[in-house]
Every structure is written in C-alpha cells, then in structure tokens.
Design a protein around this ligand. Structure first.
Ligand code: PMP
Ligand code: GLN
Length: 384
C-alpha cells in the first residue's frame, strides 16, 4: 500500500463527529450548519434533477455556472475573469486543492504552508512529492511576519498554499499581511494557491480581498472557492477554481482524471444561487454573526478565554488559562464526559506546535448553542 495513506490518521473531523454520534454529544466540532440552506437554491437543484439533463456535463463545468462565478466575483470582489478560459468547476474545494497541488508541484519542489493549516494540504503536498516549508502562525493574532516568510521561501519555492479567512483560527489577514505575502511570491516566482472558501463568511463589515487582486499576483494565483460554504450546503461539494489561462490549462488536465465533472443539477442550482441579490449574502453574514455573538458571550460569561472570530463558522478558546496543556485530551474529556464535541487545533499543526487552542462551530440553532453552553458550564467547573 502507499505508505503516505497507510500511515495517515483519520481526519479529526470524522473522528470527532463519530465520537459525537456514538456518545450522543452536541456536535460543535466538524463545521456544518444546522440550517438546511436556502430553499430556492435547493428547489433549483431538485427541479434540475427532475427536468434537466443528467448526463456528463462538460469537463470545465456548465457554461451557466462558469459565467455566474465570473459575474459573482466581478460584483463582490471587483475581479475580471474570463468565464471561458479562467474558471473551472470542481467537486468541492477539496478536489480543487488536490488538482492544484498535483498540477503545480513536482517532486523536490518546496511548498510554503502556514500552520495552522487545513488538514488536506500537507498530505496532498507530500503526495505530489513536494517538500513542505512551514510558517507557524501564533495565537491570538496569527499574523505573517517578514522574518518567518524569509525563513520559509527559497529559490526552490514552487508554491504557497494560503487560506484566508483562516480555518481553524477564524481570523482574516490584514492588507499589510497580504501585501507582504504577494511581495514574497513575486520575488521567489511562486504560485499562490489561495483557499478562499470562507470568502463570504466574514463579519463586522469586513471585505474579502482575493489573492489574485494583489499587485502582480493575477498571473501567479489559483483562487479556490466552495458553494458549500456560500450557501450552507456543505454536502454538495461544488467548488470553483479561477486562474490565468496558462495555469488553468494545466489544472484542467489534473481535474480530468480526478473527477472530470460534477453533478449537473447542483451546478445549475449554484449558478442560480450565485446570482441572488445582495440581501441574501448580507443576511447570511448577519445571522452567522448573531450566532457567533451569542456563543462568544456565553463562553465569556462562563469564564473561557475567547479568541475573537472575524470570519468562518468557528470561534476558538485558549485553554491555557484553565491550566490545560493538551487540547486533544481536553476535547476527548469534553465529548466523553460532558457531551460536547469540539476540535483540538493542534490537529492543524504538523508537529503540534500549539496545544492550547480549541475550536467550536457556532453555525447552529440558538437552542443547540445554549445546550452546548450549559454542558460547557459543567466542564469549566470541573477544570477550575
Ligand atoms: N478548505 C477549507 C479551509 C475548508 O474549511 C474546507 C471545508 N470546511 C475545505 C477546504 C473543503 O471544502 P469542500 O467541502 O468544498 O471540499
Ligand atoms: N471543513 C470542515 C471543518 O473545518 C470539515 C470538512 C471535513 O469534514 N472534511 O470543520
């Protein structure tokens, strides 16, 4: 067997969700909303499966969706994309990431990764034969520094895999940080594989800035999005890739042998959804921000040390003030003894450099959040 996969642990999301199912715990671990997603978008998918064409769609994605993606990003992020040559539909951001990493990285190439990193990145880089170079971001601000980038980049750097807004930290990078990264990508002739799946889930008036809009990065970026996050339909696995034509030509080749295409009815429904009026997207943010505030206030009242959430479905706590030094043991106790599943953030570091941060998903009904807080109250009493 391939040792890379044979030696990989099961992803922490699956581990915690299985424990939650077995124990009947409230699942605030894996990131998925309680909300069923917009009914009109789901109806559009149902209608397309009943009345539409259900054979293989074209490899790059149906034209309606590719145009809708280009129009959506023009409207929301001010970027000009050619729907015919610069946009491709994939089966989720996960496929987009795999296709980009396998399509760009060759054995021996160095790839800069920012820890904490989404758990798919490192195995995919290794699969491609890439050599990971880590930049470790430190709580509570998780900022980039010139020194850290200077240590990670070298003439062998082929690509960086960057995630903004950042899962699991729920932070967004400042313009200053983004410009610093762009500067290093230009200087070292590196491609920025930019995972922007959380681009719409940002709070407090923040505006998402796509990597390919940065000075000099248009020709050296791969922008990755996901309808799952935009419409709270995480099971749909409809992803988007945007890149300049010379990069896209190669990414299309890796896509053709990963999945080739994506369910046509879901593509039609996502095309419909991306054209929804601004109010839908603004309300979505407002509703998530309200849940964030309810849960954050609850955690603070209980005495937890909360790291503020600027975007994503997540909020983190620092468990060091509770005298806890092992986030995995803490999360195991939380789920087994107190009935709440959470995610230990050390799972997002290659060598567990940070072990005092725990992630909760707040994209839940008020009653679920309140029940979770009630159980956490018992957990903090035990810890105190
Ligand atoms: N990247 C990040 C940062 C994510 O948080 C997720 C899913 N939560 C993905 C990629 C995967 O997205 P998809 O479900 O569209 O494959
Ligand atoms: N991205 C989701 C999260 O961060 C989980 C995705 C998965 O389960 N693979 O919780």
């Amino acid at each position: 067997m391939n040792r890379l996969f044979a030696n990989l642990p099961t992803t922490i999301f699956e581990v915690m969700s299985s424990l939650a199912r077995e124990t009947g715990a409230i699942n605030l671990g894996q990131g998925f909303p309680d909300d069923p997603g917009p009914e009109d978008v789901r109806r559009a998918a149902a209608d397309a499966v009943l009345n539409g064409y259900n054979q293989y769609p074209s490899m790059m994605g149906i034209p309606e969706l590719r145009s809708a993606i280009a129009a959506h990003y023009k409207h929301w992020q001010g970027v000009d994309l050619d729907a015919n040559t610069e946009v491709m539909v994939t089966s989720g951001a996960t496929e987009a990431l795999a296709g980009a990493i396998l399509g760009i990285v060759e054995p021996g190439d160095e790839v800069v990764l920012f820890e904490p990193m989404y758990d798919a990145y490192l195995p995919l880089v290794r699969l491609a034969g890439g050599v990971p170079k880590f930049v470790t971001l430190q709580p509570p601000h998780f900022r980039l520094t010139e020194e850290a980038l200077a240590q990670a980049f070298s003439p062998k750097t082929k690509a960086v895999v960057f995630n903004n807004p950042l899962n699991p930290t729920a932070t967004t990078f400042s313009d200053e940080d983004l410009n610093l990264l762009a500067d290093f990508c230009r200087r070292f002739d590196a491609i920025a594989i930019s995972d922007e799946v959380w681009e719409h889930v940002v709070f407090d008036g923040r505006q998402h800035r796509p990597i390919l809009a940065l000075d000099g990065l248009r020709e050296r970026s791969v922008k990755i999005g996901s309808a799952g996050k935009i419409f709270s339909l995480t099971g749909w696995k409809v992803g988007f890739v945007c890149a300049a034509p010379p990069i896209m030509k190669v990414l299309a080749k890796s896509h053709q042998f990963l999945t080739f295409t994506t369910a046509p009815n879901l593509q039609h429904a996502v095309a419909y959804g991306l054209a929804k009026d601004d109010a839908y997207f603004e309300d979505m943010r407002k509703n998530f921000a309200r849940s964030r505030d309810r849960f954050t206030d609850g955690l603070r009242t209980l005495g937890f040390d909360v790291i503020p959430s600027q975007g994503t479905y997540f909020v983190n706590i620092d468990i060091a003030p509770l005298g806890e030094t092992d986030d995995v043991a803490f999360c195991r106790r939380l789920v087994m003894e107190h009935g709440v599943a959470a995610i230990p953030v050390s799972a997002f570091y290659a060598e567990g450099a940070v072990k005092n941060v725990v992630r909760f998903c707040f994209a839940k009904k008020d009653s679920t959040l309140d029940a979770g807080l009630e159980r956490l109250a018992k957990a903090i009493k035990r810890a105190a």
